[in-house]
Design a protein. Structure first.
Length: 345
């Protein structure tokens, strides 16, 4: 993907009329073009001039893993400067959701997350985020389908890379480009309070998801190091401001770690905090990431019991289907493996 402003600037440089810039941008964002060669409505000399100055693809795809039943696929990309990036496509009967990475690694370092173990290598650009989506849009197009939803829930903390994440959302949403409805785009944060406040002021009506994982500061301090900066009360106060300002719901994500955050105490505190109608809870069974075995995935009956307990306490709550578990679709895992086998530091 190339930002339309960049295309326009290059066209001006080349002395081309503005409609040429629109043509190229539409070929990329709507036509899903991967090079200028195929843009046969442009003169050959212009195609060559563009190819010398611009690169339509910011990522190279390296490897794709497909889940046994084919409902999820995960692609490992490399940035042009050689960093691993991953994205996941989950297909359902009517939906096709792409899970996008916003950073290479993550600085937050949650105890159970493989991305955190990488540390932060660098922020991704909006183009690199959009290219993850366009990659899957191309493979879906071959099957007569399209991307219906995008979730910023891959590697990285979107609000630690706020400007580029929002630029990616605007590019995806652009009516003259990819044209994905804002209500079909979700951004997931681990609870960066200033980011939640900024999102509330955006004209773009995106969905907000907040990763909770614990309902007391004592436990959350252990699981999510950023909780020492933004305490639970502050995160919930920011969510309340967000709801007041936008009249939109907040989705809370809760990765269930067996025997750690599925206790009666946590369930009770959780039920006190996550109240309908504006708050919804999504339980996610922990994917064992091949780390040191510190955490365990809950059994299906344990997950169902927690779900039932929370619903009985009045929480609007669902259990996330995770078609990606077999192919290590939890955030950061594939790229982590790549880095661990990489002899260069
Ligand atoms: N940094 C943001 C977005 C990326 S993480 C955030 O934390 O919200 C996206 C989701 O994947 C988070 O809810 C995260 O907790 C979850 N996740 C991370 N590691 C996981 C694992 N091993 N199993 C299941 N979910 C995991
Ligand atoms: Fe970063 Fe999110 Fe992983 Fe925590 S769960 S380390 S915030 S990517």
């Amino acid at each position: 993907m190339i930002d339309p402003h960049t295309i326009a600037a290059v066209m001006t440089d080349l002395g081309e009329p503005p409609y040429r810039a629109r043509q190229v941008y539409e070929a990329l964002a709507r036509g899903l073009a991967v090079d200028f060669e195929g843009m046969t409505s442009l003169p050959a000399s212009l195609r060559r001039a563009l190819a010398e100055r611009l690169r339509p693809l910011s990522l190279e795809d390296m490897e794709t893993l497909v889940a046994p039943r084919g409902s999820a696929r995960k692609t490992l990309f490399a940035t042009l400067d050689g960093h691993p990036v991953e994205a996941v496509l989950m297909t359902y009967a009517k939906r096709a959701t792409v899970c996008v990475s916003t950073q290479v690694g993550c600085a937050v370092g949650c105890a159970f997350c493989a991305s955190g173990r990488l540390g932060l290598r660098r922020d991704l650009t909006a183009e690199e985020m959009v290219d993850q989506v366009l990659h899957f849009a191309r493979s879906l197009r071959d099957a007569g389908r399209r991307v219906t939803n995008v979730v910023f829930m891959g590697m990285g903390e979107p609000f630690h890379n706020y400007d580029e994440t929002l630029r990616a959302c605007r590019l995806l949403n652009d009516e003259s480009g990819f044209n994905l409805a804002a209500r079909s785009i979700s951004v997931s944060t681990v609870g960066v309070v200033p980011g939640i406040d900024r999102l509330a002021e955006e004209p773009l009506q995106l969905n907000l998801a907040v990763s909770l994982h614990a309902a007391t500061d004592e436990l959350r301090d252990r699981l999510v190091p950023l909780n020492r900066t933004y305490r639970l009360d502050e995160v919930f106060a920011a969510c309340a401001r967000y709801v007041r300002r936008t009249h939109r719901k907040v989705l809370f994500e809760y990765v269930v770690l067996r025997g750690v955050n599925d206790t009666d105490e946590q369930a009770q505190m959780l039920a006190a905090r996550v109240r309908p109608p504006h708050y919804h809870l999504n339980l996610i069974a922990y994917n064992e990431t091949g780390g040191d075995g510190e955490f365990a995935r809950p059994r299906a009956d344990q997950l169902a019991a927690l779900h039932a307990r929370l619903e009985a306490a009045g929480v609007s709550c669902t259990v996330r289907r995770s078609p990606g578990a077999e192919i290590e679709a939890a955030c950061g895992q594939l790229a982590l493996r790549e880095v661990e086998t990489d002899p260069q530091p």
